[in-house]
Design a protein. Structure first.
Length: 610
């Protein structure tokens, strides 16, 4: 399930970033037919890989440990899942999946519709893996369940990953349809979106568990001695929850337990039948204490913060990657090409660093914290029980009965051997629990400080505007090479250079504008301001500044141009004329009057206080 979280995020990134163009395949029927052929070949390959795995197992099962079998099976599933992502990406970028979906009536209005179809296609490939993996699963793990039960259980287990995305997308669709323009503008701003996402995620985690309970067909755990023991254990520990649920994953054959829900009123403890059957009461209490540890240390809340952290930086990362790519001449050529296929290639290349950031963030950074959260919950279990042996025994028994490798870690869990060894160390060193919690708290603090800093820098800091200006400058200069007499390019360059305080370059751009259009009032005014006020003394030219300012006012007697003329008169020592001019500018000003008042006061002091 945890691997599929990353797979689904990558699929959503691929689909959302894709630029919908007609591209290579010019017929929707042809696109569907080719997609069917890709799926057909995928089914053949799936059948081959699992048949080969099953054949190797039957030929060597006496020499293979169950843990080796488990690792081999998971390796095949992982490789086929990655292949399904590659095929999905091909259907998006080569078969124009998004382009053809958006041709369907209503699909442009409701973004949930094309997204849902895309997810359905990807889940078809996953279901194919589960379909052909079923015989191998039953043989390798001695799990006599029906094929459709196996496939359906996997679908039910993984679909809740999509619930937040689906609900959020529907909310966006409704807001875009029914909100007022003013509210919609706020909502579409970066800060507005982040606030909405934060509130949405919190509410979702608070109130979604009852729906997931229904979706997974969970029911209240039957009254038995073991349940009574768990209930008494929770009561003694002061742990509050809504219910203890029977978790029927793969007909209860999967050996696992879990907890969901931040609020006690919506908090559920989940446990499968197989885990309940193999553990003693003491071992079962240790597992429950582990789940309590997740609540004690607020790990669920941190998972929300991890998701929000990625959302906070992903907006800025997208723009950074976009600007960096646009500054490469050949990539800019793809984007600016009149051919839609080339633009599609640009956005495909743009999706690659985004996908890489997803893998790095969730697989490695969040994975690091997830592994240590599990270790922290293990240590809490040992502390609450009073000794680590029951927790160790439960881990060893789960590994032995399920066939999990003791020495094979996952990206979100340390290996059983590592977890057991750490628990034994806690017995020898009681201070280990506190040190681990302090270490983890330090890492979390550093991580969230970095995420907040990076999120602010990417979305609201000067980096974003500077990168945008630099990119625009690169583009305009490239265009200038092709069209050296295009006044619009010089105007855009002048604007960018002036905004970046690169006054020497702005001076050059304004001179070229006046060369091409000797009656450009704005260029006269802005160049006059540079010549009169620049801190770089090599740019100052007071007499010419006055001449240009007079030309600008002669073209348009606006408050802005009059202010520049007043400044030019002021620096040339013509204080009385400057005072009269700034008064006229203040009378004409409808905005920014405080600035003109300050200018008036400045000139008054040099004009003798008139």
């Amino acid at each position: 399930m945890f691997n599929n979280i990353i797979y689904i995020i990558i699929v959503l990134v691929i689909f959302s970033i894709n630029y919908p163009v007609e591209g290579l395949v010019r017929s929707p029927i042809a696109a569907v037919f080719i997609l069917f052929l890709l799926w057909l070949n995928f089914t053949i390959y799936c059948r081959y890989r699992f048949s080969r795995l099953l054949g190797l197992y039957r030929a060597n099962h006496t020499n293979l440990a169950q843990s080796q079998v488990s690792i081999a099976y998971q390796s095949v599933v992982t490789k086929l899942s990655i292949l399904s992502i590659v095929i999905f990406a091909s259907s998006v970028y080569l078969l124009n999946l998004k382009y053809w979906l958006l041709k369907i009536p209503g699909f442009t209005t409701f973004s949930i519709l094309p997204g849902a179809v895309a997810i359905l296609i990807f889940f078809t490939f996953l279901a194919t893996i589960w379909h052909y993996g079923y015989p191998a699963y039953c043989a390798l793990f001695n799990a006599p369940i029906k094929r459709w039960t196996y496939i359906g259980s996997n679908i039910k287990l993984n679909l809740p990953i999509l619930f937040p995305w689906a609900i959020l997308t529907i909310c966006y669709d409704l807001i875009s349809l029914i909100t007022r323009p003013s509210f919609k503008k706020i909502f579409e701003s970066e800060i507005g979106q982040f606030i909405f996402l934060t509130l949405f995620m919190i509410l979702l985690v608070l109130f979604l568990p009852p729906f997931i309970k229904y979706w997974w067909c969970c029911s209240s755990l039957p009254q038995t001695e073991k349940k009574e023991s768990i209930v008494n254990f929770f009561r003694k520990a002061g742990f509050k929850y809504r219910d203890i649920l029977r978790w029927p994953i793969l007909e209860g054959r999967m050996m696992t337990a879990g907890v969901m829900g931040l609020l006690p009123k919506f908090r559920y403890i989940l446990i499968t039948d197989s885990l309940l059957n193999i553990l003693s009461e003491e071992e079962l209490k240790a597992v429950m204490a582990h789940e309590m540890g997740h609540i004690k240390y607020k790990h669920i809340l941190f998972y929300i913060l991890f998701l929000l952290g990625y959302m906070a930086i992903s907006f800025g990362l997208f723009e950074v990657f976009f600007y960096v790519m646009v500054m490469q001449p050949w990539l800019f050529g793809l984007l600016s090409s009149q051919k839609e296929l080339q633009a599609g290639i640009f956005y495909f290349l743009l999706s690659l660093p985004i996908i890489l950031s997803v893998i790095l963030y969730f697989r490695y950074i969040m994975g690091f914290f997830m592994r240590n959260f599990e270790r922290q919950a293990d240590l809490y279990s040992a502390k609450l029980i009073g000794k680590p042996e029951p927790t160790i025994a439960s881990l060893e028994k789960i590994a032995h009965v399920s066939g999990l490798s003791r020495h094979h870690p996952s990206w979100h869990h340390f290996s059983i051997a590592e977890r057991v060894e750490f628990l034994w160390r806690s017995l020898q060193d009681p201070q280990l629990i506190k040190r681990h919690s302090r270490r983890l708290a330090l890492f979390l603090t550093v991580f969230f400080v970095l995420i907040v800093s990076l999120g602010y820098t990417l979305n609201f800091g000067p980096l974003k505007s500077n990168l945008e200006n630099i990119t625009l400058t690169h583009i305009l200069n490239r265009q200038l090479v092709e069209s050296s007499e295009n006044i619009d390019i010089y105007r855009a360059l002048a604007f960018v250079y002036h905004r970046r305080d690169n006054l020497a370059k702005a001076h050059w751009a304004y001179e070229n504008i006046l060369r091409l259009n000797p009656d450009d009032g704005l260029a006269f005014n802005n160049l006059a301001w540079i010549l009169a006020t620049a801190q770089d003394t090599t740019l100052l030219d007071y007499p010419r500044a006055l001449t240009l300012a007079k030309r600008a006012v002669g073209i348009q007697r606006s408050s802005t141009f009059l202010d520049t003329l007043a400044e030019a008169l002021y620096v040339n020592g013509m204080y009385d004329q400057a005072l009269q001019t700034i008064k006229e500018a203040l009378e004409n000003a409808s905005e920014n009057r405080k600035y003109f008042v300050r200018q008036l006061e400045k000139i008054k002091k040099r004009a003798g206080g008139f």
